[in-house]
Design a protein around this ligand. Structure first.
Ligand code: IPD
Ligand code: CA
Length: 330
């Protein structure tokens, strides 16, 4: 099937979704095989440091999906984590472009912690428009198409529309279950900054933690894509990370947005969009947000008599960014 580069229509996207889901499930089988094999070997390589891991399966899964995409959609471009790591750095253009992490959660994959997935996003006119995230360990498939909703399919069951339940109001960070990640930059500046942020998110302001929000708790699934999907389904209120890459978040962005979630970039992006007189849409994922490596995803919040859901998401985003520090990723 080929889709005209200039006019990728909703109907084309549905057909791309069918292809992408099939591909994700094939890749999932390879990921499961790889996980079995990797538990009994020490065949794990390091990228930028000893906690930035890659295995032969990351590379094999990426090669598989890249070649299947090239056969089905020869005119589409491709951005993939492992291709990028080995030096293929494709620019973002207006053309349809698959943005792929073959295994998101490689550390989990290596350790047998069952939260790893393949993340396949499609970008068109520099905007994420389609996402498929498949965790083969749990047989959880998340899908989304711009303007057509997002869904979770568990096993052979019917797809469930996201969020899974009617969203509840979110009065404050104190009532929230948050997701954060340690990431792979373990240098002093980055780690102290992140730890200070985590301290304030969790800490009790009445017991010595200045600025503490004492959130209900903090989780780390170890996969950006699965953190975002869980926010989309309503199981987490918010996910924040500095340092991950477009292939970690591209598919998840569509899935979260289609579930009514807010995808916000950096401290600076939020400040620019919410400053007096600004005409910037704070909820628009511009190319700068997509590639900016700083992401804050907030679940759907319903309108109440006092504020709209969008206002509530901005209130939470502002409070969150007042609580945590900005830091430059390596
Ligand atoms: C990583 C995971 C992790 C996140 C890192 C990502 P990888 O991706 O999503 O949760 O903290 O920023 O790079 O290396 O497992 O593909
Ligand atoms: Ca990866």
């Amino acid at each position: 099937m080929s889709a005209d580069l200039q006019t990728l229509k909703p109907v084309d996207l549905r057909s791309v979704l069918t292809f992408t889901v099939k591909l994700a499930r094939i890749a999932g089988t390879l990921i499961l095989e790889g996980s079995q094999a990797i538990q009994s070997t020490s065949d794990v390589n390091e990228k930028k440091n000893s906690v930035d891991l890659v295995t032969e399966y990351d590379v094999a899964v990426e090669e598989l999906v890249k070649s299947e995409i090239a056969k089905a959609y020869p005119s589409f471009k491709f951005i993939g984590e492992e291709s990028y790591s080995s030096g293929t750095r494709n620019e973002l253009t207006d053309d349809p472009t698959f943005c792929v992490d073959p295994i998101d959660g490689t550390t989990n994959f290596v350790h047998g912690f069952p939260f790893a997935c393949i993340s396949l996003g499609l970008i068109y006119q520099k905007r994420p428009v389609l996402g498929v995230i498949y965790n083969p360990f749990l047989d959880h498939l998340y899908t989304g198409i711009e303007g057509q909703g997002s869904f979770l399919t568990r096993g052979n069951n019917q797809p469930l529309k996201l969020p899974l339940t009617n969203p509840k109001p979110l009065p404050s960070l104190q009532k929230a279950l948050l997701a954060i990640e340690w990431g792979s930059d373990r240098g002093e500046k980055n780690l102290i900054s992140k730890s200070d942020s985590f301290l304030r998110l969790a800490g009790d302001p009445a017991d010595g933690i200045a600025g503490g929000r004492m959130a209900h708790s903090i989780r780390s699934l170890g996969s950006a894509a699965l953190n975002i999907s869980t926010v989309a389904q309503g199981g987490l209120d918010l996910y924040w990370e500095i340092g991950c890459w477009p292939w970690d978040v591209c598919a998840g962005i569509v899935i979260a947005q289609e579930a009514g979630g807010a995808v916000i970039g950096s401290h600076a992006a939020l400040a620019a969009a919410t400053s007096a007189g600004s005409s910037i849409d704070p909820f628009k994922v511009t190319p700068d947000v997509l590639t900016g490596r700083k992401y804050l995803i907030i679940r759907a919040i319903p309108d109440t008599p006092n504020e709209t859901g969008r206002e509530a998401q901005l209130r939470i985003a502002r409070d969150f960014y007042q609580t945590v520090e900005d830091v430059e990723p390596k």
